[in-house]
Design a protein around this ligand. Structure first.
Ligand SMILES: [Zn+2]
Ligand SMILES: [Zn+2]
Length: 282
């Protein structure tokens, strides 16, 4: 386990990725006793297994936040919501694609809106991606004021995201592909163009530029999400983003989230110190 105080310390903010990439995404955020889940790209049984691996009971999660309806982000959302009675916060477009969620559990959010959750404040930012009204989020822990920016799939970086993600303590950003690997890889030209067409996924280089733009004095940790298994490697993504950050004052960890296992994304103590990321075999 990371340094930074006993589990459940008031004001400590921790995050775990439960899987990252086209085979399924979920990110658990914890502030003191408060927990929310961002995306649920696994069925209920798999999500329980992965939560168990990090010592979290699904019943202790107070909200499910969804970035968009694609299967790798919302595959198990309806069934898990039903089972654990999680209120769901997502855009109207995302919720519209998930008809099994009963109206009383639906909490639509729109780009630019700020919503109070149990222990957190959720700010939604509309992002370009080939889904129905997809969102990125800034989550602020009400106990410590720590700000975490989470951007899963996005084809380009809107100005509103740059503004909203400023002054974050931790960033979780997509770094989908290396441009050269994509160009020289096995994907057909049409798929390459979809990925790079502004409503697909951002490259390591774009993620590096974004991280460098956002690297303010409070930033302590950068976690890279949604790496392509075919057109990227964790080492390449981490190196590209680390190099991009070299012209800033940021010297904290830059870690690619494990694809198929749970891993600690970051742990911020009340004083905003950070531990290194560890992988937990699941
Ligand atoms: Zn997507
Ligand atoms: Zn995705």
């Amino acid at each position: 386990m990371p340094a930074g105080g006993a589990r459940g310390t008031l004001d400590a903010v921790r995050a775990w990725t439960l899987g990252s990439g086209s085979s399924g995404n979920a990110l658990l955020l914890e502030s003191g006793a408060h927990r929310i889940l961002i995306d649920c790209g696994f069925g209920p049984r798999a999500i329980v297994t992965r939560l168990k691996a990090i010592g979290v009971a699904p019943e202790s999660i107070s909200a499910l936040v969804l970035t968009h309806e694609h299967i790798d982000h919302a595959h198990g959302a309806e069934r898990a919501q039903k089972k654990f009675r999680w209120p769901v916060y997502a855009s109207g477009g995302t919720l519209g694609a998930l008809p099994e969620i009963e109206p009383r559990w639906r909490h639509p959010v729109s780009g630019g809106s700020t919503t109070a959750l149990d222990g957190f404040t959720l700010e939604a930012i509309a992002v370009p991606h080939d889904a129905s009204d997809p969102m990125a989020f800034v989550v602020t822990a009400q106990g410590s004021g720590a700000r975490v920016g989470v951007a899963h799939d996005l084809g380009a970086v809107p100005e509103a995201l740059v503004r909203a993600f400023a002054r974050c303590d931790a960033l979780c950003l997509e770094a989908n592909h290396d441009v050269e690997m994509l160009r020289n890889g096995p994907y057909p030209r049409a798929l390459q163009e979809r990925i790079q067409g502004g409503r697909g996924h951002i490259s390591n280089a774009t993620s590096a530029t974004l991280a460098a733009t956002l690297a303010g004095p409070s930033l302590r940790s950068v976690t890279l999400l949604h790496l392509s298994e075919v057109n990227n490697t964790p080492a390449l993504a981490e190196r590209t983003v680390t190099e991009g950050l070299r012209r800033t004052h940021f010297r904290g960890p830059v870690q690619a989230a494990p694809r198929r296992t749970a891993g600690v994304a970051f742990a911020l103590t009340a004083r905003a110190q950070v531990s290194v990321q560890l992988s937990l075999g699941v």
